[in-house]
Design a protein around this ligand. Structure first.
Ligand code: EPU
Length: 426
């Protein structure tokens, strides 16, 4: 299992290109199954482990999928041989649940192993199931599989989500695209990746309106076709480099972004005294003094994203004063705090709240990436710490960050990957 070894204290300077959005790509790939004819040519697919996993699952199902050149994927879904997705890859990732919505939408039946994903709290799928059932499907969970069938077809329905859920919103859109009549999703998630999936489906011939608001209306169509599409940039990868620039007192131009998607993070950085300049498709982040403490509360979009909370916690751990971070989406998303404490951070966690008293400087230590964003938070800590930091369990980081050490090295960081083929006892 690989480790990242970082010599802290180098300021980051230069330019970094942001890859395609993980959470859009992992929904758009399964969404391509809905095409009745033609090929899906999708660009800006990030080169990350979660995407590779999903591609392998789809290939195992008989789908003709080729990763052609940098970030380009070509899919002919109509070579599919099974409506069942199983195996280790399905169980270890979260987004495999989108196969349910896509298969159900197209073939009116699906069987998918119960999904896994980062260990950041209880991750129920009751809202997905409620949506499928409202559309007329029978859903059962047996022997570790979720089975959904609608032998009499799917019919449009009004669905009110009890919690704002990205996954349920997207899954219901997938299932409803070809349902008979009109589906309305109320209290829908408004994340940029929800909008991106709706745009992709509309490019295939779907009729989806309102994505990006909390009411999405889907008028069912008979047929969908392949299309050419390019995935939006990853707002969380961009936010990660914004924090890395700030904590190292660097000056970095973060390219290939949609600045509007970064607004909540930009606003917090400015409140902390960090300089952020917005351009058409890039942002420049620079910092020449110790940032100030701020309070943060994670919320569904357009609120402050839970996925960037952990990297921000690292920045707050060396900011001046006391910050309060409230995590309101996931109950297990402070696992990085114990690791930051090994590096000297002064943070107290009480339930959903972390109270952070900023210290002058972290000190390098061996720390463990317990999940994807915890890993990113620890890499950022290592960049700013005095001495050497070794981040273990890097496979979590590889799930969602494309070539993280190469991108950071190009900005001047001293970071190397140590490949170790031995397995750890977890
Ligand atoms: N929830 C339910 N019932 C459901 C679904 C969700 O109660 O049926 C609750 C969850 O427990 C959570 C809240 O609703 O408290 C939001 O969950 P959501 O469904 O929005 O999360 P998700 O779709 O499982 C996606 C991202 C996560 C990101 C969340 C929130 C993907 C593959 N994952 O997860 O990304 O944290 O939305 O924005 O899109 C990450 O990238 O690091 C990551 C964990």
């Amino acid at each position: 299992m690989d480790k990242l070894q970082i010599e802290g204290g180098k300021r980051l300077f230069g330019e970094v290109n942001i890859s395609g959005a993980k959470n859009a790509a992992v929904a758009i790939l399964p969404a391509s199954i809905l095409a009745d004819d033609g090929l899906c040519n999708i660009d800006n697919i990030p080169d990350i482990h979660d995407v590779k996993c999903l591609e392998n699952i789809m290939v195992d199902m008989g789908i003709a999928l080729t990763s052609e050149r940098d970030g380009h994927v070509k899919i002919n879904p109509n070579t599919i041989k099974t409506y069942s997705a199983h195996g280790e890859n399905v169980r270890t990732m979260r987004a495999s649940y989108y196969l349910l919505g896509a298969l159900l939408g197209k073939y009116k039946k699906a069987e998918v192993a119960f999904p896994g994903g980062c260990s950041i709290g209880v991750r129920p799928i009751d809202q997905h199931i409620k949506g499928f059932e409202a559309l007329g499907a029978k859903v059962t969970i047996e022997h570790g599989y979720i089975k959904a069938e609608a032998p009499n077809g799917l019919k449009g329905a009004n669905i009110y989500l009890d919690v704002v859920s990205v996954g349920a919103t997207i899954n219901i859109m997938l299932a409803a695209c070809k349902a008979e009549g009109i589906t309305v999703i109320e209290n829908a998630a408004r994340e940029p990746h929800v909008v991106d999936v709706a745009n992709f489906l509309n490019s295939m011939g779907a009729n989806i309106k309102g994505a990006g608001t909390d009411v999405i209306k889907i008028v069912g169509v008979d047929k969908l076709r392949g299309c050419d599409y390019s995935v939006i940039p990853d707002q969380i990868e961009a936010g990660t480099y914004m924090v890395a620039a700030a904590i190292t007192k660097g000056d970095v131009l973060i390219k290939n972004v949609i600045p509007k998607h970064l607004e909540s993070m930009t606003a917090k950085l400015i409140e902390m005294g960090v300089n952020v300049e917005e351009y058409e498709d890039s942002v420049r982040v620079s910092c020449d003094k110790r940032p100030k403490a701020v309070n943060i509360k994670t919320l569904p979009y357009p609120g402050f994203p839970t996925d960037i909370q952990q990297p921000f916690t690292t920045l707050l751990s060396v900011s001046e004063g006391r910050s309060i971070v409230t995590e309101s989406i996931w109950e297990g998303r402070f696992k990085h705090v114990d690791e930051l404490k090994r590096m000297g951070a002064n943070i107290k966690v009480e339930g959903k709240i972390a109270i952070i008293d900023g210290i002058e400087r972290l000190s390098g230590a061996e720390v463990m990436a317990t999940d994807l964003r915890a890993g990113a938070a620890l890499v950022i800590a290592g960049l700013a710490a005095e001495g050497t930091t070794t981040v273990t369990h890097v496979r979590h980081i590889d799930r969602g960050y494309e070539k993280i050490e190469e991108k950071l090295r190009r900005l001047g960081a001293s970071i190397i990957r140590i490949t170790d083929n031995r397995e750890y006892f977890e």
